[in-house]
Design a protein around this ligand. Structure first.
Ligand SMILES: Cc1cc2nc3c(=O)[nH]c(=O)nc-3n(C[C@H](O)[C@H](O)[C@H](O)COP(=O)(O)OP(=O)(O)OC[C@H]3O[C@@H](n4cnc5c(N)ncnc54)[C@H](O)[C@@H]3O)c2cc1C
Length: 553
């Protein structure tokens, strides 16, 4: 019999949780979540993530309590927490899922590995989805994904079945220190650190306040609620009904909020395991009759391909952690200035670019914490081409705005949409064309931008062009109620595309593609589908460069 600590990170559930079950099979365990101030102080973290995380942790605590053990909350840097725990109650093993996180969590994991070796604690890490650690290239990756998803899911521990590890003296854990790195954003003094075992809710107790963690004050008023219970409701509802609208409904920002599954935050924080979602989807597909359930069947097939993409994109960051902050294809270094033009960046972040669909998307995102894929891609495309902003500062802002921020998907997608991977088709979304296609009657822009409610239909696409007489008639002033775009959209985009294409055509830039395809490109029949935007039509051509140049403008 041996004693273990089970460390919950972005896997906040007890179902299909290999670390928990393996630790339980060996003996008593201590279930642990940690508020790590350095992680929360990073520029990609925001208050909505913290609030959602707290809701997930509260739900996890209920799940563990049912299984017979309390959930322990510690506040501090992970190595210091482990050291304090170990001093109070030595343990032999640490169990957790592998995490493909940002540079800070990666460095933290390396430090934890070192600490474990120094204390002869065995660290057992388990794959949480189809991402493969230490992968050399993408050959056979899709087959491995299928195998992983096909394995039986682990049940939740039976009620009262887990044995807890008792820590003798909470007081002996006091006095942990927090990194005082002055570069940390707004980190102020933290409350006394220790190991706490109060029952939920922990309000006013050991949770550090958002201010303590430097997390700002904005919460999207209509964000999704955290926790497994909420995640299961969303899954059930999607599989039962909403999946019928998936195909055809996911591109328009009007239909997408209900046509999309809305599972992303629950997958990002691990309240639901990817394998259980894959298997629930397969079961539902088998249940649906081939005649009456055809629409839903087709929706679920398309949805399944996205579940595949989930891991395909996270794998990129797992295999190349640097893509979080530098171009995947180094030939694109220097293309855009890493220091963003502050006026353009602010206009984008404040939803004041002047292009109605762009500004409406920013307003919706700020209110809900969510946006559908096509609108995310359009935002990044406008930022990267028309506004010529580097993907890194734009990506940091969006990471904070997306409730479902998942570093592997996020940074891979940011680079793909900004055209710096070197292997993907350049996709430039024209926000005016997108508005015509996906919001032809202006319902979406009028919902999110009140000033446009008074603008006549004729001027809805380009309201800044309204003649003075029309402005006076509808009581909307261009330059005050409606911003004037900072650049001429078609000229700026044309110039941006020309710059990218000139660079791409250089022999050394072309030559470097092969190595990137080998490491990151999808293989076989999935190859094109995996990297394509949903609903994007592709030009058929056998010449790779011709495929690369396909433009959606
Ligand atoms: C610039 C940019 C940044 C993005 N950042 C994130 C992010 O931080 N976190 C995140 O989960 N998704 C991200 N996406 C992908 C996608 O937009 C979201 O997964 C999706 O909108 C979430 O809504 P949903 O769960 O209803 O999606 P659904 O369409 O119902 O898809 C189900 C699940 O499949 C996965 N998925 C769907 N689309 C993609 C995709 N294109 N690439 C990889 N996985 C996908 C997600 O896990 C999603 O929850 C980003 C896309 C872009 C263009």
């Amino acid at each position: 019999m041996s004693t273990s600590v089970v460390w919950f990170k972005r896997d906040l559930r007890v179902h299909d949780h290999a670390p928990l079950m393996q630790a339980a099979a060996r003996g008593p365990l201590l279930a642990l979540v940690v508020v790590e101030p350095t992680l929360w102080a990073q520029e990609d973290a925001s208050l909505q993530h913290y609030a959602f995380w707290q809701e997930c942790v509260a739900d996890l605590q209920r799940q563990l309590q049912r299984a017979g053990v309390p959930l322990h909350l510690a506040v501090g840097e992970m190595v210091e927490v482990l050291e304090a725990l170990w001093s109070a109650q030595p343990f032999e093993a640490l169990f957790s899922h592998e995490e493909t996180g940002n540079a800070t969590s990666y460095a933290r994991d390396r430090a934890v590995g070192q600490w474990c070796r120094s204390r002869s604690v065995a660290w057992h890490e388990f794959a949480q989805h189809g991402v493969v650690r230490r992968l050399k290239n993408r050959d056979h990756w899709a087959t491995r994904w299928q195998q992983h998803m096909g394995q039986a899911t682990l049940p939740a521990p039976a009620p009262g079945s887990l044995r807890g590890l008792t820590v003798s003296q909470d007081s002996s854990l006091r006095g942990l220190t927090v990194s005082q790195d002055s570069s940390l954003r707004g980190l102020t003094a933290l409350p006394e650190i220790g190991l706490h075992r109060q029952t939920m809710p922990w309000a006013g107790g050991p949770w550090p306040s958002p201010t303590d963690l430097g997390l700002g004050s904005h919460q999207p008023p209509a964000r999704q609620l955290g926790g497994r219970r909420a995640g299961l409701q969303v899954l059930t509802d999607f599989l039962a009904e909403r999946c019928g609208d998936y195909r055809g409904g996911i591109s328009s920002p009007l239909s997408a909020p209900s046509a999309c599954s809305r599972l992303s935050p629950y997958l990002a924080w691990g309240c639901l395991g990817l394998r259980e979602v894959v298997q629930a989807t397969q079961r539902r597909m088998a249940q649906l009759s081939s005649t009456s359930g055809q629409r839903q069947q087709r929706g679920l097939q398309a949805f399944m391909s996205r579940l595949h993409w989930h891991c395909h994109f996270i794998q990129k960051l797992e295999s190349e952690p640097e893509l979080e902050w530098r171009n995947l294809h180094r030939g694109y270094d220097g293309l855009r200035d890493e220091v963003a033009d502050p006026v353009r960046l602010q206009a984008l972040m404040n939803g004041r670019t002047g292009w109605p669909l762009v500004d409406a998307c920013v307003a919706m995102l700020h209110h809900t914490g969510w946006l559908n894929f096509r609108m995310r891609a359009m935002l990044v495309s406008v930022a990267s081409y028309a506004l010529w902003l580097h993907w890194r500062p734009v990506g940091l802002w969006l990471a904070r705005e997306f409730l479902d921020y998942e570093p592997g998907i996020h940074w891979s997608q940011m680079q793909m949409q900004a055209g710096t991977t070197g292997i993907n088709t350049t996709r430039v979304y024209n926000p005016l064309k997108q508005a015509q296609d996906h919001d032809p009657h202006g319902h979406f822009v009028r919902r999110w931008l009140p000033a446009l409610r008074r603008v006549p239909d004729t001027w809805l696409l380009e309201p800044w062009r309204m003649p003075a007489s029309v402005q006076a008639h509808c009581g909307v002033q261009v330059g005050v109620d409606i911003p004037v775009p900072l650049v001429d959209l078609s000229t700026a985009t044309r110039e941006a595309k020309a710059r990218v294409h000139t660079l791409r055509a250089q022999p050394e830039v072309r030559a470097a593609r092969a190595a990137i395809v080998d490491k990151h490109g999808s293989r076989g029949p999935l190859r094109d589908r995996l990297d394509a935007a949903p609903g994007t039509r592709r030009r058929r051509s056998s010449a790779p460069e011709a495929v690369q140049q396909t433009l959606d403008f």
